[in-house]
Design a protein around this ligand. Structure first.
Ligand SMILES: Nc1ncnc2c1ncn2[C@@H]1O[C@H](COP(=O)(O)OP(=O)(O)OP(=O)(O)O)[C@@H](O)[C@H]1O
Ligand SMILES: [Mg+2]
Length: 507
């Protein structure tokens, strides 16, 4: 069923400012029953702010909201929920110290006479998670703090879907999900549509938008600049153009051809985390892609090289020097290796491995600490990165928590550039990044390599592996399944390798 044009939701003249920032500027937004209405726009365009107003996270400065024609004034998130507005937040709304069950039932606990019925909640949660059909293999009494990013995202989704909903907001709900989970989520979205619910979907992933979007509203600098009313208009070309404008650009830059001396040699590496017998070389000027399904061990390769996963066998030789078996991140950093993890801010914000937190270079703090201003040279360097990466707002004293999701990501990347490293390991570096900035990154990474750096590019994005990398290693069950030169590689081949369907394992 497609939308039946009943205005389920009308937002009128919504304006929201933050100190020094007009985040949403007089925006009108409509949602019909049974439609997926996508919000699209570059990082910092105001997408999350607009839906946060709708989910009662904070009030708008100005503007009206009507649900089924009736004007509502949202007092808080709880009130919005009681009106049938549920949200999967980009910045998860889970409480780390509470269990999964407690988070799922937060605000709608079961019980009587002031006593919580924990057993009943536990049982219902188990049934609910099963019905949701997102693969989730964790004891529901586990605290959120101990979950991986992907697991948290699933709980965040489950939490929103537990409530009786008329309007479902999904703010980049798939950023940490595996392919199969994404498909399950889209099935759930289709079901909601059939039930006549309205869905607001925020994403930077083209395939998702063109696949499930019925309409698209495009925001830029807080303003609504366009609405694509028909499915036929929702094309990748159109979406890209709405962000990068008429500037005609190739998405992927031409690969460099100067691939010179070996800077890294990995021989028969095995780790406590499960990597088995990993062997490959990396040369200056080379961009080496590492692909693999979630759980294939692709991220562990980066972690092991940076000294985060314990090495049990094998050796790593960097610029001719054999690295100590008990490699630590500071060893790697000292030798000019920079690592940008997939878990980005999650890894920093929460109490993970202390070593891991401490060893990550400190641009984050530098961004937030005023004392930094004394160091003119560093300021200059930071300013240059802000410009290069187009970080918004371009105020280096802004605390990171006030930046939009994608811009926070860019700060992490800037950290690596600032360090002037010779080997860069990027893990899922473009996750949550708008398409315009993505093009910018690809250019930067390409330029880094052409300047003689060596790059390990870990990604689950097939197009990026195909077009940005000189050669691609595909991981499967913690081993190298295949390595192939980009000239030999096709989309189909790569997809097959990811599922270990074709070719022979190297070992
Ligand atoms: N709590 C806040 N305090 C101050 N400024 C904020 C706050 N939240 C967002 N902003 C600013 O408002 C603007 C819009 O941010 P928003 O998070 O809505 O962008 P977005 O479109 O969701 O971007 P992204 O694609 O990166 O998630 C940005 O300039 C951001 O820095
Ligand atoms: Mg956002």
């Amino acid at each position: 069923m497609t939308g039946n044009h009943e205005p389920l939701l009308q937002m009128r003249d919504i304006t929201k400012t933050f100190p020094g920032c007009l985040a949403v500027d007089n925006v009108d937004f409509d949602l019909r029953c049974g439609e997926v209405h996508v919000l699209f726009g570059e990082n910092g365009a105001g997408k999350t702010t607009l839906v946060n107003v709708l989910s009662g996270v904070y009030p708008a400065d100005k503007g009206d909201i009507y649900i089924s024609g009736k004007k509502v004034s949202l007092r808080n998130a709880h009130h919005a929920q009681s009106l049938g507005i549920s949200a999967v937040h980009q910045e998860f709304s889970l409480i780390p110290e509470l269990s999964i069950v407690a988070n799922l039932f937060l605000g709608q606990e079961l019980g009587s006479h002031g006593l919580l019925d924990k057993r009943e909640m536990g049982e219902r949660a188990v049934t609910f998670m099963k019905n949701l059909a997102l693969s989730f293999d964790v004891d529901l009494n586990e605290k959120i703090a101990y979950l991986t990013l992907a697991e948290r995202q699933i709980v965040e989704i489950a939490k929103a879907f537990m409530r009786d909903t008329r309007i479902m907001i999904l703010d980049e709900p798939t950023s940490a999900l595996a392919e199969t989970e994404k498909l399950s989520l889209f099935k759930i979205v289709a079901r909601l549509k059939e039930e006549g619910k309205g869905i607001i979907y925020i994403s930077h992933v083209m395939d998702e938008i063109t696949g499930i979007g019925d309409r698209v509203t495009i925001l830029r600098d807080g303003k609504k600049i366009d609405v694509l009313e028909n499915r036929e208009d929702i094309t990748e070309a159109h979406l890209i153009k709405s962000i990068v404008g008429e500037r005609k650009r190739e998405i992927y830059p031409e690969l460099g051809t100067e691939i010179t001396n070996k800077v890294l040699e990995v021989n028969n590496l095995s780790t406590k985390s499960g990597l088995k017998d990993i062997t490959f070389d990396l040369r200056a000027g080379e961009i080496l892609g590492i692909g693999g399904l979630p759980g294939s061990g692709k991220s562990n390769v980066g972690r092991a090289l940076f000294g985060l996963d314990k090495i049990t066998e094998g050796e790593i030789i960097m610029s001719g020097e054999k690295l100590p078996k008990h490699l630590t991140p500071s060893d790697s950093l000292k030798r000019g290796l920079i690592y940008s993890p997939a878990d980005k801010l999650e890894g920093l914000a929460l109490c993970r491995d202390i070593k891991e937190n401490q060893s990550l270079p400190v641009l984050l703090e530098k961004f937030a600490v005023r004392g930094f201003i004394e160091k003119a040279r560093e300021i200059e360097a930071v300013r240059e990165q802000i410009e290069k990466l187009d970080i918004k707002p371009d105020d280096m004293n802004k605390e990171l928590q006030y930046l939009s999701g994608g811009n926070q990501q860019k700060v992490i990347i800037a950290r690596g550039f600032l360090k002037g490293a010779t080997i860069f390991i990027f893990d899922e570096v473009t996750r949550g990044i708008d398409v315009g900035s993505k093009i910018g990154f690809f250019e930067l990474i390409n330029k880094l390599a052409k300047g003689g750096a060596a790059i390990i590019y870990i990604s689950s994005e097939i197009p990026e592996l195909l077009h940005l990398c000189h050669s691609v290693i595909v991981m499967y069950e913690f081993s190298i399944f295949k390595q192939e030169d980009h000239k030999e590689l096709t989309r189909e081949k790569l997809a097959h390798y990811l599922f270990a369907l074709e070719g022979r394992a190297l070992k």
